[in-house]
Design a protein. Structure first.
Length: 357
C-alpha cells in the first residue's frame, strides 16, 4: 500500500496535537520573552532621555521638520548605549533560543518517530516495516548536536544581515552624491537582496532538516548536515512534494490572515480603537498557531519519508504508468535488460571466434 508523505504529515499533525502544542510552547515562550525584553528596554531607555523646554516646544508644533529636529537632538549621544544594550540582549536571546529550540526539537521529533514506528508501521506488512529499529540515544550528545546546528542557523541569519548591508553599499556606488540615481541603486539592490534571501532560506531549511537526523540517528552536527544532504539527494521527489504542498498551504493561510486582519481596520472610524487592536491581536495569534501547525505537518512529512521504505513512497510520489496507458500493468512485458551479457560472441576480443552450433 503506497503512502503519501504529505498526507501522512497532515494526518500526524491532526492525530498528535500535543506535538504542535510542544512546538507552540517553546516558540511562544521565546517570542514573548523577546517582546517583553524589547518593550521593557524601550521604556527604560526613553525614561532616561532628557527633554528640555525648547524640545518640548518643537514637539508641540507638530510640524514634521521641527519634530524631526527635536527627536534628533533628544537622541543625540545616546545611540551608543542602545547599540551596546541591544547587542547584549540579542546575544542572551540567541542563547535562550538555542536552548529552547534544541529541547523542543528533541521532544517533537521523538514523538513523531514514535507515532510513525508504532501507528503507521503497524498498518503495513511486516516485511515492509523491517529495519525500523528504536535505539536509545544519549540526551547530552543529541542536545549538543542540536545546539551546534541552531548556532549555525543564527550565524547564517547574521551573515544574511551583513549581506544586506554589503548589498546596500554596493548599490550605493551607482548613486554617488554628485549624481544621485536612486532608481538604479534600487534596481541593483533588489536582485542582490533576492539572492541573499534565497541563500539564507536554503541554508536555514537544510540546517533545520539536519536537526531531525541529529535526534533520529544520534548524529553530530556535521554528520546530521551530511545526512540531510544525502536525504535530499536520495528522495528528492518526496521531499519536494512535502515542501511545496506545505508551502502552498502556508501561502493560503497568510493571504487569508492578511485579509481577515485588514477587515477590522475598515471599522476603525466607528468602533473603539482598543477593540480593533484586540481583534487584530487575536487574529494574529490564530495565524501563528496555524503556521506552527503547518510546520509540524511538514516535519512529520519529512519523518515519514525517512522512516518508511522507499517502495511505499515511490508509488505515492511518482506513480508508474502501465505500458499500454490503461489498466494496472497486469499485461506489462518482461523487464528491460540493463546488464551487458559478456557471453555474447560479438563482444569477444578474439578474432574469428567460432560459434558452436
Amino acid at each position: 500500500m503506497p503512502l503519501s508523505p504529505t498526507t501522512e504529515g497532515f494526518r500526524a499533525a491532526f492525530r498528535r496535537p500535543s506535538v504542535t502544542l510542544a512546538e507552540i510552547s517553546w516558540r511562544w515562550v521565546t517570542g514573548a520573552t523577546a517582546a517583553a525584553l524589547f518593550a521593557f528596554g524601550l521604556f527604560e531607555y526613553l525614561s532616561t532621555l532628557p527633554v528640555t523646554n525648547g524640545e518640548l516646544l518643537f514637539l508641540r508644533t507638530r510640524q514634521p521638520y521641527f519634530v524631526g529636529e527635536a527627536i534628533a537632538h533628544i537622541l543625540r549621544g545616546s545611540l551608543n548605549r542602545v547599540v551596546l544594550s541591544g547587542a547584549v540582549a540579542g546575544w542572551l536571546l540567541a542563547c535562550l533560543w538555542i536552548v529552547a529550540a534544541s529541547l523542543g526539537r528533541i521532544a517533537t521529533v521523538r514523538a513523531l518517530l514514535d507515532y510513525f514506528r508504532r501507528d503507521v508501521a503497524s498498518n503495513v506488512s511486516t516485511k515492509e516495516a523491517q529495519g525500523q529499529e528504536t535505539t536509545d540515544v544519549p540526551e547530552r550528545s543529541v542536545f549538543r548536536a542540536l545546539a551546534r546546528i541552531n548556532f549555525l542557523r543564527i550565524a547564517v541569519a547574521l551573515a544574511a544581515l551583513l549581506g544586506f548591508v554589503g548589498a546596500s553599499i554596493l548599490a550605493g556606488f551607482a548613486s554617488p552624491e554628485a549624481n544621485p540615481r536612486p532608481g538604479i541603486a534600487f534596481l541593483l539592490f533588489l536582485p542582490l537582496a533576492a539572492l541573499i534571501s534565497l541563500a539564507w532560506w536554503l541554508l536555514n531549511w537544510l540546517l533545520s532538516l539536519a536537526g531531525m537526523f541529529a535526534v533520529r540517528d544520534a548524529e553530530d552536527a556535521v554528520g546530521a548536515i551530511s545526512a540531510s544532504v544525502a536525504f535530499c539527494r536520495e528522495r528528492p521527489g518526496a521531499v519536494f512534494a512535502v515542501t511545496i504542498w506545505t508551502g502552498l498551504a502556508h501561502l493560503v493561510v497568510f493571504v487569508s490572515a492578511t485579509t481577515a486582519i485588514s477587515m477590522p481596520l475598515g471599522f476603525a472610524a466607528v468602533v473603539p480603537w482598543r477593540l480593533v487592536v484586540l481583534v487584530m491581536a487575536l487574529l494574529m495569534l490564530v495565524y501563528f498557531v496555524l503556521v506552527d501547525w503547518l510546520h509540524m505537518a511538514r516535519l512529520a512529512g519529512y519523518v515519514c519519508i525517512a522512516e518508511m521504505p522507499e517502495a511505499l513512497l515511490a508509488a505515492a510520489v511518482l506513480p508508474t504508468p502501465s505500458p499500454s496507458g490503461s489498466g494496472e500493468g497486469a499485461n506489462a512485458g518482461p523487464p528491460l535488460q540493463t546488464r551487458m551479457d559478456r557471453d555474447e560472441t560479438i563482444l569477444s576480443d578474439l578474432p574469428n571466434l567460432a560459434v558452436e552450433t
